[in-house]
Design a protein around this ligand. Structure first.
Ligand code: HEM
Ligand code: NAG
Length: 515
């Protein structure tokens, strides 16, 4: 009797098990569950602290990639499964299909900080419309005309270093680099002087506070990030009116940038008849442009997208030059030669561009881009992954809502694409044949640093020119070196930032005049 009950129980559970397995094998979630990945010790935080709060960016992530390959799974907060992607075919699909959007909490924050209708969230026709309006401001012809404004900004940075007494001292250079990035963005793109290097403009101060406060990574913020996704929009909007300091700061930020944008728009409208080529704001004011209320959104987006990324990239270039005195001297010689022979054709300066490209590769300002599938789809892979129980997966069925990280920095370290020394910082790899052995996913040097596809960084040409000009200007005037107790490490907080062993956000560099 008991035997029969036992047999029945076994049979029922077997049938049930097969039924369950069949059902769940056909469901998307289980394919995702088969994809291997690192253990995690906390259900609440998942692998997020190792990914985003590591004391040096990539400490765990690069190890995971080595162990699990180009596609693996990690745990987000509260048990969610997220996919890490550095497979080139999968990345190409994510960039180009138009099906992938920012995650729900980043969407909320982006809407809150920048406003509705910003280009970062736009897809399809709305995105194409905004790209069409903005793109002429960033074409290669237009960018060439911005050279004088960029040079002037670089000169002001040199003057600022002098007036602050930097030469002869070890100083944190990151603040002045961010200020210079804002000033150049203002004068070249928005046709407005922020004067953040020389004076203390209110707008510059507000912009600085904003970047600082949204880029402070903590465990609590990870959790908040996970929780935000579940808060309905109307309640979130209500919460934004709470009288707490962060919300007050955000309201101040929006009020100040709104006033500033309306002022620019009015000024542009006055100039319209005068035959001047429209700049960024002018393009929106002009025919087929946008109502004035919309302009603040786009101005904030440009400031958010451009300033921080430029500031941190400049910092990493100077840091590596300070760390590598021989390289720095070779660059100085290239600059001297270029100045004599031709009128500084930046694109012909092989070493300068090699250094910039190598920093964009190894210190990609955005090392990780989150994306969520907005519809069911099938993710192609360039090579199959071997999942649990030896099952081969050559494409991954994806359910709407699945969370991804496009692992930009990790992609830049794939030996299959960048060669056996991919993890090493070696600018000379750019001096011979192009080092990328994979598809060109991004617009510049096959790098993914500026993203790619329809959501590609619009400011990439401008960014490259500004990096070229500022680095040439600084290296021809100053000799950089690292202090003996240098402890700077890259950490991610929106962008890849320099942090010392004290946990402070700074980039201490010793500066001397060129003899
Ligand atoms: C080294 C400097 C820069 C880097 C590495 C960089 C990188 C990026 C990346 C990775 C994105 C995609 C973000 C995402 O969709 O998640 C992006 C978007 C964007 N960037 Fe940049 N950026 C830089 C400088 C600039 C500058 C100077 C400007 C403008 C003057 C700019 C304007 C934009 C705009 C408008 C977008 C939104 C494009 C869209 O969503 O359609 N960027 N950038
Ligand atoms: C390095 O030394 C300077 C001067 O002694 C000191 O102010 C600074 O805090 C030190 N930095 C680190 C990261 O130890």
């Amino acid at each position: 009797m008991s035997n029969q009950v036992g047999l029945l129980a076994v049979t029922v559970s077997l049938i049930g098990g097969i039924f369950w397995a069949a059902r769940s094998f056909s469901s998307f979630r289980t394919v995702i569950k088969l994809i291997p990945g690192p253990e995690c010790s906390s259900w609440v935080y998942g692998n997020m602290p190792e990914l985003l709060l590591a004391e040096e960016y990539g400490l765990h992530e690069y190890q995971w990639q080595e162990t699990y390959g180009q596609v693996y799974s990690i745990k987000g907060c509260l048990g969610e499964t997220r996919l890490m992607i550095s497979d080139p075919s999968a990345i190409k699909y994510i960039l180009n299909s138009g099906l992938f959007v920012l995650g729900p909490s980043h969407q909320k924050i982006t809407k809150l900080l920048l406003g509705h209708g910003n280009i970062l969230l736009a897809r399809g026709d709305a995105q194409r419309r905004l790209v069409n309006i903005m793109n002429p401001c960033f074409s290669s012809n237009k960018i060439r005309t911005l050279l004088p404004a960029i040079r002037e900004g670089a000169q002001q940075l040199v003057d600022r270093w002098e007036s602050l007494g930097f030469p002869g001292n070890t100083v944190d250079i990151s603040g002045t680099l961010n200020d210079a990035a804002l000033d150049v963005l203002g004068s070249a793109i928005l046709e407005y002087s922020f004067n953040s290097l020389v004076g203390e403009s209110e707008l510059a101060r507000i912009q600085r506070n904003m970047v600082q406060s949204v880029s402070t990574p903590t465990r609590f913020q990870q959790l908040l990030d996970a929780a935000l996704g579940y808060i309905p929009d109307p309640i979130f909007r209500l919460a934004c009116h709470l009288p707490i300091p962060t919300m007050r700061m955000i309201r101040d930020y929006k009020r100040a940038t709104e006033e500033f944008s309306l002022h620019l728009a009015a000024q542009k409208r006055e100039e319209m008849g005068s035959g001047m080529a429209p700049g960024f704001v002018g393009a929106f004011v002009g025919d087929g442009g946008a109502p004035d209320q919309e302009i603040g959104v786009h101005v904030r987006t440009i400031l958010a997208a451009g300033q921080d990324a430029l500031g941190v990239t400049l910092g990493w270039i100077l840091y590596k030059l300070a760390q590598m005195p021989v390289l720095q001297q070779e660059l100085r010689e290239e600059i001297q030669l270029a100045t004599v022979e031709h009128q500084l054709d930046y694109n012909k300066m092989a070493l300068l561009n090699a250094i910039i490209n190598e920093v964009l590769r190894v210190y990609s300002p955005l090392p990780l881009a989150e994306r969520v599938a907005s519809a069911d789809c099938v993710l192609p892979l360039s090579k199959p992954i071997v999942a649990a129980a030896g099952i081969e997966i050559s494409e991954i069925p994806i359910q709407k809502g699945q969370f991804f990280y496009v692992a930009i920095a990790a992609y830049h370290r794939l030996t299959s694409i960048w060669g056996p020394d991919a993890a090493e910082f070696r600018p000379s790899r750019w001096l011979g044949n192009a080092p990328c052995m994979g598809p060109a996913l991004g617009p510049h040097a096959s790098l993914l640093s500026f993203f790619g596809g329809p959501g590609v960084c619009l400011g990439w040409r401008f960014a490259i020119l500004e990096l070229q000009v500022v680095v040439v200007e600084l290296v021809s005037r100053f000799v950089l070196s690292l202090p003996e107790n240098d402890s700077v490490k890259p950490r991610v907080a929106l962008a890849l930032r320099a942090e010392t062993a004290h946990g402070t956000r700074e980039l201490p560099v010793h500066i001397e005049h060129v003899m």
